[in-house]
Design a protein around this ligand. Structure first.
Ligand code: PLP
Length: 440
């Protein structure tokens, strides 16, 4: 059974893609209505951090929903919200941090951009309004977040509706072996070209997420970017929507380079998929300055600071800490890298294998020597995703990394509870799917 409800009334993003009806999930597995088992090798788009079927989270949400399912953030606070923020304050590397809770990655990015603008206004830097960002990046679906995103394929229908945001290149060492100094230098050039006094912030993903499939920067990249932002009074926004909360083997991906942003946003895994949740983290002093100078943070939403969401986030964070899942992500990540390389490094159509923690990307190419990508019309990444799905493995993918159109990456990003045996099975199934589509 492919279309669960061919006569149904739902429409989706991928309109030509059939989908079975989900029955339930447990641990790293999902089961459809027919009883078929799938390994959730990517947690959808890197969401399911603590696994499916965690009754502890469901119970925490139920308790709060029964007590008071909804109160508006302009009128009440709630116990789980205050507790969650206090717990997060212990683990976010910003001094005296404050948190603003929303419902998706796109929303926290929008909020962070506006907060950066308001922090600059509160500092008396009224002219600073430009947000700099990078190509080969994704920050969200809303028009503001899409404007800072660097994915031509997603932007193209809306180009004349998007604010013209200056983009610099993203580290993509497999194809562009530039040094950290050269790459960071592009930020300084952009700041100077637009006038430092007009630039409010620079937003970027610490490790490239869906657009480049876990491409890592050179080791000196982030410290250099930090120094440039400081030199010109530009705020650094780390978009940890995908890579935050243990995904890459540290709580925050920026920790790999001992770099602290001014504003940090995260979302996907924060409530493990049990509730749509994300948050903006900022330094207490900056938030206080906005309050003192401007009175309010001029940004609000009906579902912000949701009490049930906070209960889900707090319970998810509890599991992450108690089960030492960040440590597991680091250990399993090393194994995943090794196994992927054993299984695929010699494959004639595997160009690059890259990643950190439990987030890995495999870039597929037509020709390994020239790094020539497959033509888009061959739909290689998509075919592999479909084949893996048939084999019972869910993976994530991205197209367009080479030039906005061509370039195929498939990704693994399983729940952080994954053990070694499960990981071996995932890698074996991924290799089988790649071989089935592209030969030996
Ligand atoms: N930022 C990053 C780095 C992402 O990967 C995504 C989603 O993939 C977003 C923002 C947008 O998040 P959402 O899809 O929850 O709106």
């Amino acid at each position: 059974m492919l279309y669960a409800h061919p006569q149904g009334h739902v429409f989706y993003r991928s309109m030509n893609h059939p989908r079975p009806m989900i029955a339930y999930g447990q641990g790293i597995y999902l089961y459809d209505e027919s009883g078929k088992r799938y390994i959730d090798g990517s947690g959808g788009p890197l969401v399911v951090n603590v696994g499916h079927g965690r009754t502890e989270i469901v119970e925490a949400m139920t308790r709060q929903a029964q007590a008071a399912a909804y109160v508006h953030a302009t009128m009440f606070t709630s116990e789980p919200l205050e507790q969650y923020a206090a717990a997060l304050a212990e683990m976010v590397p910003l001094s005296e941090p404050r948190f603003y809770f929303l419902s998706s990655g796109s929303e926290v990015v929008e909020g962070a951009i506006k907060l950066a603008r308001q922090i600059q206004m509160a500092r008396g830097q009224e002219r600073r309004h430009i947000i700099l960002s990078r190509w080969n990046s994704y920050h969200g679906m809303t028009l503001g977040a899409l404007a800072v995103s660097g994915r031509p394929g997603l932007r193209s229908p809306y180009l004349n509706m998007l604010r013209d945001v200056p983009h610099i290149p993203t580290p993509y060492i497999y194809r562009f072996p530039l040094s950290g100094e050269e790459l960071a230098g592009r930020l300084e050039e952009a700041i100077l070209a637009h006038g430092a006094e007009y630039v409010a912030a620079f937003i970027a993903e610490p490790i490239s997420g869906a657009s480049l499939g876990a491409a890592l920067p050179p080791d000196d990249y982030w410290p250099r970017i930090r120094a440039i932002c400081d030199r010109y009074g530009v705020l650094l926004i780390a978009d940890e929507v995908l890579v935050g909360l243990g995904r890459t083997g540290t709580m925050w991906a920026m920790e790999h380079w001992a770099t602290t942003p001014d504003i940090l946003v995260t979302s996907k895994g924060s409530a493990g998929g049990y509730f749509p949740l994300g948050f903006i983290a900022a330094r207490g002093a900056d938030v206080e300055q906005v309050r003192a100078a401007l009175g309010d943070f001029n940004h609000g939403g009906t579902f912000s600071h949701h009490a049930v969401g906070a209960a889900a986030g707090l319970a998810t964070l509890g599991i992450l800490q108690r089960e030492k899942l960040v440590e597991n992500s680091a250990a399993m990540g090393r194994l995943m890298g090794a196994r992927l390389r054993e299984a695929l490094a010699e494959h004639p159509h595997v160009g690059d294998i890259r990643g950190r923690g439990l987030f890995w990307g495999v870039e597929l190419v037509e020709d390994r020597d020239t790094k020539q990508p497959f033509p888009k019309k061959q739909n290689v990444a998509h075919q592999i995703v479909d084949r893996a799905f048939e084999l019972g493995l869910i993976i994530y993918y991205s197209v367009g990394c080479v030039d906005g159109v061509n370039g195929d990456v498939v990704m693994l990003g399983p729940p952080l509870i994954t053990n070694a045996a499960q990981l071996e099975e995932m890698v074996a199934l991924l290799a089988e799917a790649i071989r089935a589509e592209l030969g030996d």
